[in-house]
Each structure stands twice: as structure tokens, then as C-alpha cells.
Design a protein around this ligand. Structure first.
Ligand code: BG6
Length: 504
């Protein structure tokens, strides 16, 4: 057996109850992540996994199905002994929020299992279900007392995205959950916070002496956040058409990146301090009037095209997408943060599907150096100074600056100093969920969204949602699959005398 990695403790004994056990998320991410934790000896010694599925499934059937998923989605070669040990912990129990009595029966079975496995009653409920099930399940968990903290045992609820579809629904869901749980028991997942490079933004900013003094409006011209994807909507037509790029990506993933880049230094590296600073900076994003929201945004929808060798059909011809749909598959926004650090520094955000490149990065653009000194030389321009935090596909950090081209006359060119994670650290490939699941089990919610941050995020995007809904097809640009996105996204920066950093 592998040793527990230094500095990491084993979680308390507990049961890990998954709603949606027969679903895609459980097979693709949750079980492979539990497997990776088992392989590094980071699961509790006394542990059970309960798979809740609506239609009753035998233990064997659930275990077989999870094993198949594991073989398909594991991020490392599967060691049969470890997989067997993990799957032996799995029990299938039926419960359906539409039939309250099934939750009472589930409680009985769970308590018996917990006694047999000596888990001490610590429980983590993981809602890996479609969002419509979040409230009915939580209500039943509340009614049956399954989430009640008692006899020194902890009770936690993990909830997947999307957390609401707008400000009102996010508030309503928070309201439901907070009726039955204290905030510290709720773990709202955003898988971007499971990415090492995203977590590293805090370390880059606050564990180094040289960045923080210049990390403000005196030195930074603007910030660009890009999450471009190559994939089209694929088989998720029905979900996506009701969601769109803005809801799907911005208040969650892009705002995680934004808040880590823009937050004030927390006084301590703990969940309360870090999450308070993140919530504060999101709350400082200026809420735009709808007319300004239209001016400060671009939305696009992809048309058929080719990405590499793959033909992508028109978005509107995707299965389960309404013909003539005006749902955006690309969104670009200009936001401002109204505080002392960032006043006057635009944050440009863009994200889209079916684009020519897959790229996730944050680019900090520093103010230009005065040019006067070079005006009497052959130098015509200075390259732009960027600090680029690469999240995908390149995990690393690059600093772009000007340097003298060797030779007798003064010539200047832009060069790049680059740190790549893979050059320094050997990390086993992972799902990105290991840290998140481990943190839920040890009770550390630093990487999870608090109610106020979620609501501040929706508050900032709500004017865009409202304005776009009213505008319908007006202003919705088309872009070719495999391109860089709609032309309007370039215009958004051009009219401010700026341009997006070239990707790739
Ligand atoms: C999900 C969105 O939350 O994030 C997807 O629903 C998107 O539409 C995905 O593709 C992007 O995640 P990543 O980790 O591939 O950038």
C-alpha cells in the first residue's frame, strides 16, 4: 500500500452517499477520483459508498457498472486489487424524492450499514444529479433528519453546478439549503477550483514579493480571461439550449478565475478569509444597466465548419436544439470592478464553443513603458508586457517583455520567460476532483463557493441575461466553427484601443 502523501491526513471514517449513482458524472469523475484517492491511500480506513439510484439496482449491478466506468475513465492504470477494495465498499440503495417513504427506508438501511462499517455516523451526501433534483432531495434529507449534526458526527452536502439559472433561482436554492444546513456544511463544487493552475493563482500572487506591489490600477492596463473550447455542444443540446455560454461558464468558472486574480490578500489561508475576499471582489463588479450591458458584451452562435478533420454542424441543427434558437454559444463581456485596486481597469472575458483552439488562460496586461526614449532610434514599437497564467492546455506561467536584439544598432523584440508545470513537478494525471472530494471529507471548504459569492456572481451577469433575452436575435452574431469567434469580440476591445492577446 502507498504511504499517505506527506502533510496529508486520512479523512475521518464516513459514508459517501451519491445521488445519481448510475449517471455520467459518477462514472466519469466521482468514482475515478475516489479510485485515485484509494491508490494514494487517502480514503478513510472505515468507509462506505452508497449509490442512490431511482430504479432499484442490485449491489452487483451497480458495482459492475462503476467498474466499467472506471476502466473507461480512469486517469491511471487500474490496479485490480485497489479497484476491488473500493467497489466492495459500494452498496446500492433505492430512494426517490417523489416517494418520501423511500427516504425513511433509506435512512434505516444507511444507519445499519454505518454501524456495520463503524463510520461513526459521519456522512457526505453528493448530489450528482440534474439540478431539478437538488431541492426535492435536500428537502427529503432535511425531513428525515439525515443531515442533522448529532452525536459528534458531521453531516455535509456536496452540490454540483449549475447552482441556479439566474440570481432569483440561486437565491431560492440557497434559501432552501440554508433552512436545513449551516453554510459550513454545504460544498458547492466548481471544478475549476480543482485545477492546480487555478489554485496556484493565490500562491503566485501572495507567496511572491514581486507581483503584489504592481498588481493594481497603477501598473495594470487591463485583464483578459479566455476559456475557448474546440468541442461543440455534442449530445448536450437540450441542457445547452436552455443554458447558453454565459450561464454555463461565466458566473462560475470565469468568475473563479476573475476573483482569484482580483481579490484582496486574505489575512489567513483559511476558508473564511479566502472566501470572504473572493465574495467581496465579486460584489464589487459594477452592476451594469441593460443598455450598457448590450454595449459591453458580444454574443455569438456557431455555424457549421471544420475543426481539424472533424465536421461540426450548425448549432441550430444539433440534436435537441430548437430550430431558430437564439441561445449563444459564445460570450464576451467587459466588466469593471469598482474598488480602489481596480477602478478604471477593464476585465475582458470571453468563452465559446466550437472554436479553432482549446485555451484557458488569464492574461494580465501591464501598462506600456513610455516610448520617448526610443523615438530617435529605429525602434518603431515596443511589444506588449503580459503575464500569462496558462490553465489549459499549457499549465504554466509566462512573462512577456522587451529585450535588445543583439547587434550594433538598437533594435528591440518581445521575448517570453516561461515556467511549465511539467518541467518542475511530476503529477499523476488526475480527474481534478480528487482534491475537491478529499477536502469535502476533511471538512475544508476553502475551494468551494459560499452562498454570497454565488449570488454576487449572478448579480453581475443578470443585466446581460436580461438584456440579451429582450434583444432576442438582434445582435446575435454568427461565427464559423473552427474560427476564433465572432468579429464583434475583436471590436469590443478595439474601440478601447486594445486587442485580445493572440492565442497559439
Ligand atoms: C462545464 C460546462 O461546467 O465546464 C461545459 O458545463 C464545459 O460546457 C466545461 O465544456 C469546461 O470545463 P474544462 O475543465 O474542460 O475547461
Amino acid at each position: 500500500m502507498t504511504d499517505v502523501p506527506s502533510g496529508q491526513r486520512k479523512p475521518d471514517p464516513c459514508s459517501f452517499v451519491i445521488f445519481g449513482a448510475s449517471g455520467d458524472l459518477t462514472h466519469r469523475l466521482v468514482i475515478p477520483a475516489l479510485y485515485n484517492l484509494a491508490a494514494t491511500d487517502l480514503l478513510p480506513d472505515k468507509f462506505c459508498v452508497v449509490g442512490i439510484a431511482r430504479k432499484g439496482m442490485s449491489n452487483d449491478a451497480l458495482r459492475d457498472s462503476l467498474m466499467k466506468g472506471l476502466r473507461q475513465f480512469a486517469t491511471r492504470p487500474v490496479d485490480d486489487a485497489i479497484a476491488k477494495r473500493l467497489l466492495e465498499c459500494v452498496t446500492s440503495i433505492e430512494a426517490d424524492p417523489g416517494e418520501p417513504a423511500s427516504f425513511d427506508a433509506m435512512r434505516e438501511r444507511l444507519e445499519k450499514l454505518e454501524a456495520d462499517r463503524s463510520t461513526g455516523g459521519n456522512r457526505l451526501f453528493y448530489l450528482a444529479t440534474p439540478p431539478a433534483a437538488f431541492t426535492p432531495i435536500s428537502r427529503q434529507l432535511g425531513r428525515t433528519g439525515l443531515l442533522k449534526v448529532e452525536n459528534g458526527a458531521w453531516r455535509r452536502l456536496v452540490i454540483e453546478k449549475p447552482f441556479g439559472t439566474d440570481l432569483a433561482s440561486a437565491k431560492a436554492l440557497n434559501g432552501e439549503l440554508l433552512k436545513i444546513l449551516d453554510e459550513h456544511q454545504i460544498y458547492r463544487i466548481d471544478h475549476y477550483l480543482g485545477k492546480e493552475t487555478v489554485q496556484n493563482i493565490l500562491v503566485l500572487r501572495f507567496a511572491n514579493g514581486m507581483f503584489e506591489p504592481i498588481w493594481n490600477r497603477n501598473h495594470i492596463d487591463h485583464v483578459q480571461i479566455t476559456v475557448d473550447e474546440k468541442l461543440g455542444v455534442g449530445h448536450r443540446g437540450s441542457f445547452y439550449d436552455a443554458t447558453g455560454a454565459l450561464r454555463d461558464m461565466v458566473p462560475n468558472h470565469l468568475f473563479q478565475l476573475l476573483s482569484l486574480v482580483a481579490m484582496e490578500p486574505p489575512i489567513r489561508f483559511d476558508a473564511h478569509s479566502v472566501r470572504s475576499e473572493k465574495a467581496d471582489v465579486l460584489a464589487a463588479i459594477q452592476t451594469q444597466r441593460e443598455t450598457d450591458a448590450l454595449k459591453n458584451s458580444v454574443r455569438g452562435q456557431y455555424q457549421g465548419g471544420k475543426i481539424g478533420d472533424t465536421e461540426i454542424a450548425d448549432y441550430c441543427k444539433t440534436a435537441d436544439v430548437k430550430p431558430g434558437s437564439t441561445t449563444e454559444t459564445y460570450a464576451a463581456l467587459k466588466l469593471t470592478i469598482d474598488n480602489w485596486r481596480w477602478a478604471g481597469v477593464p476585465f475582458y472575458l470571453r468563452t465559446g464553443k466550437a472554436l479553432g483552439l482549446k485555451r484557458t488562460e488569464v492574461a494580465i496586461k501591464f501598462k506600456q513603458a513610455p516610448f520617448a526614449m526610443f523615438s530617435s532610434t529605429a525602434v518603431e514599437t515596443l511589444a506588449e508586457n503580459y503575464l500569462v497564467i496558462g490553465v489549459e492546455p499549457t499549465e504554466g506561467i509566462a512573462l512577456q517583455f522587451n529585450t535588445k536584439v543583439p547587434g550594433p544598432s538598437i533594435r528591440i523584440d518581445g521575448v517570453e520567460m516561461k515556467f511549465l508545470y511539467k518541467d518542475y513537478f511530476k503529477a499523476e494525471p488526475a480527474t481534478g476532483y480528487e482534491t475537491l472530494i478529499y477536502d469535502c471529507m476533511i471538512g475544508d471548504n476553502i475551494l468551494f463557493q459560499r452562498a454570497d459569492s454565488v449570488e454576487a456572481g449572478w448579480q453581475a451577469v443578470q443585466p446581460f441575461l436580461d438584456a440579451w433575452k429582450k434583444a432576442g436575435a438582434n445582435g446575435l452574431e454568427r461565427y464559423k466553427a473552427g474560427s476564433a469567434g465572432p468579429a464583434g469580440a475583436e471590436e469590443l476591445l478595439k474601440r478601447d484601443g486594445r486587442s485580445w492577446r493572440k492565442l497559439g
